[in-house]
Design a protein around this ligand. Sequence first.
Ligand code: NAD
Ligand code: IPM
Ligand code: MN
Length: 364
Amino acid sequence: MSYQIAVLAGDGIGPEVMAEARKVLSAVEERFELAIEYSEYDIGGAAIDNHGCPLPDVTLKGCEASDAILFGSVGGPKWEHLPPNDQPERGALLPLRGHFELFCNMRPAKLHSGLEHMSPLRSDISSKGFDVLCVRELTGGIYFGKPKGRQGEGENEEAFDTMRYSRKEITRIAKIAFEAAQGRRNKVTSVDKANVLACSVLWREVVEEVAKDFPDVELEHIYIDNATMQLLRRPNEFDVMLCSNLFGDIISDEIAMLTGSMGLLSSVSMNSKGFGLYEPAGGSAPDIAGQGIANPVAQILSAALLLRHSLKLEDAAAAIEAAVGKALSDGYLTGELLPADERSNAKTTSQMGDYIAQVIREGA
Ligand code: NAD
Ligand code: IPM
Ligand code: MN
């Protein structure tokens, strides 16, 4: 069986961390005797520079012809002067999510035992560990609602976005959250702002209806502001967090940092046919790009999710996850995971990739 993956490295640290994911994929290919073909395409700022637009046709067609997309990150100061819809985020990433109807985004954040010191949480809280899955609706809500824009002039000029959700959109993402909870600790926390937003009132109603088909799963509702706070106070009491598009964006950065770094959180974005795009939850990190110090783990774990969900190669996915776990517990860490006075021991982006690939080759 041979597989085809579209590789879209993008901007900033994207190409740096993608190179390490490719190393690790080569190692699993060797160990598990897999045949994976990769096609690289420009996306985002890189595509603006080379093709004059952030999502060229050739990139879109290449993705359509692939079994899955491995995505890096897009955006950066170089392209921020462009009209908003021509910028990498709104001109490439969001249209790609929309084009393939990747409504289901899952971001798993786990604080492993033995790695509590990486968390910025107080030790009595981090010592309990946590394992949270953020299930985020990705193609609706305020990101995609119409109308969106600006009008008027002078001090009367205004800008507007529309938050909009249909029953259908809420139902399909809620089902996924409940199904995911059944394979975990049987709890769904639905995040909303039902004390203010009409969308959230409908969200709650629909989630309650879906919950009836999952009597074994406990459901609770929480307001977004309280959720961000309770995650700092008692993260171990959360299992699946079901979020609309914007709230999931916020929650996912928070849970990433609770495990120690933005550079640890992977993600899968899927459509109803099981086609997926896999990317780190973090961005192009312009502040550290080009220095060889970015943490490649989120990109590497995104490759593991791709093997599991799109290619159904569970053993290969698990081997990557185990190797990442070993690297971290061996103290093989990039600088942002270390206290300032220990950063002289930091590993580079490529040292991390080499080590993880080596662990996989050795079959440890
Ligand atoms: P960011 O996630 O790029 O960076 C936030 C902070 O986290 C920075 O200090 C950065 O150095 C750090 N960080 C992120 N990933 C890291 C890694 N792998 N290793 C070590 N540190 C890491 O968010 P931002 O600064 O708000 O955005 C920068 C650009 O990236 C913007 O143009 C934004 O729109 C874009 N962005 C793209 C994606 C994507 O392509 N999926 C996601 C988020 C942000
Ligand atoms: C993410 C990013 C994107 C989002 C941006 C870059 C459009 O922050 O994947 O979390 O807001 O979804
Ligand atoms: Mn985000």
